[in-house]
Design a protein around this ligand. Structure first.
Ligand code: COA
Length: 260
């Protein structure tokens, strides 16, 4: 399928999705979100896609937020639907069943920061800028920022960002755990791809269940979390890749995972 606002290239089991609206710093309008929704659906059961990378077109911006022109026209009930729609799509990223890595290559503001937060791992270029500036528009984050930022970097830090609307640098984002790693801007995509290739070479079921267990952890008490972990651990034991991985170790050879 052809997309107007997205480019997608699949190589070595890795889909690189480029948010492509550079004249508006890749701001997320409704059509773009619809396309992202469809593209994510197409990835879910596609065995050719084991890992997804999301980045922005151009050198300046990952995503500069939800489209403020659309935002400005919202009434109360439309605003609820607007937020719910973005939240649904970002939840689809979190629950894709495959690792999704944000390669943040510039501004990640408002919905752009929230898009990065919905990804499982965040790598950033040295020139990346993060922020939740919605208060400056008279509103609050509506695509999951109040929830995911709080879980990721703690309540006080999330409030500091959300109440001030201040922008922070990539190094500051690294220091507070908002991003996993910072790379030189010319290296960001290559380093992200290298990391994605490493994950793509692992048994796909174990990778998927590891994501399920880890992402559920903040919402579960310890008993429920451990029970969930044990159930997924048991599912792993029923896979051919588990037999292959353990047998290969004992036979002192490299495992050949088949993804089942
Ligand atoms: N929605 C819609 N359009 C946006 C946008 C957004 N979130 N962010 C940037 N744009 C557009 C600008 O309106 C401008 O369009 P134009 O050339 O047709 O006038 C274009 O992208 C370039 O942006 P500009 O502001 O000229 O670039 P800059 O380098 O001076 O500033 C930013 C960059 C990111 C600091 C600034 O664009 C900005 O503050 N954007 C809004 C960020 C925000 O509040 N996001 C949260 C939204 S909920």
């Amino acid at each position: 399928m052809d997309y107007k606002f997205l480019n997608c290239d699949v190589q070595n089991f890795i889909a690189t999705v480029v948010i492509n609206r550079p004249d508006k710093l890749n701001a997320l309008n409704s059509d773009l979100l619809d396309e992202l929704d469809q593209l994510l659906d197409s990835f879910r059961n596609d065995p050719i896609v084991r890992v997804v990378i999301i980045t922005g077109a151009g050198e300046k911006s990952f995503v500069a937020g939800a489209d403020i022109a659309e935002l400005a026209a919202l009434g109360v009930s439309e605003a609820k639907r607007f937020a719910a729609n973005g939240q649904r799509i970002f939840l689809k990223i979190e629950r894709l069943g495959k690792p999704v890595i944000a390669a943040v290559n510039g501004y990640a503001l408002g919905g752009g920061c929230e898009l990065a937060l919905a990804c499982h791992i965040r790598f950033a270029s040295g020139n990346a800028i993060f922020g939740q500036p919605e208060v400056n528009l008279g509103t609050i984050p509506g695509y999951g920022g109040t929830q995911r930022l709080t879980k990721l970097i703690n309540t006080g830090r999330a409030l500091e960002m959300i109440l001030s609307g201040d922008k922070i640098t990539a190094d500051e984002a690294l220091a507070i755990g908002l991003v996993n790693k910072v790379f030189d801007k010319d290296e960001l995509l290559a380093k992200t791809f290298e990391f994605a290739e490493k994950i793509a070479s692992k048994p796909v079921n174990a990778i998927s269940w590891a994501i399920d267990a880890v992402t559920a952890a903040p919402d579960l008490n310890i008993d429920a979390g451990l029970d969930f972990e044990a159930s997924l651990f048991a599912l792993c034991a029923g896979t051919n890749d588990f037999k292959e991985g353990t047998t290969a170790f004992l036979q002192k050879r490299k495992a050949e995972f088949k993804g089942n």
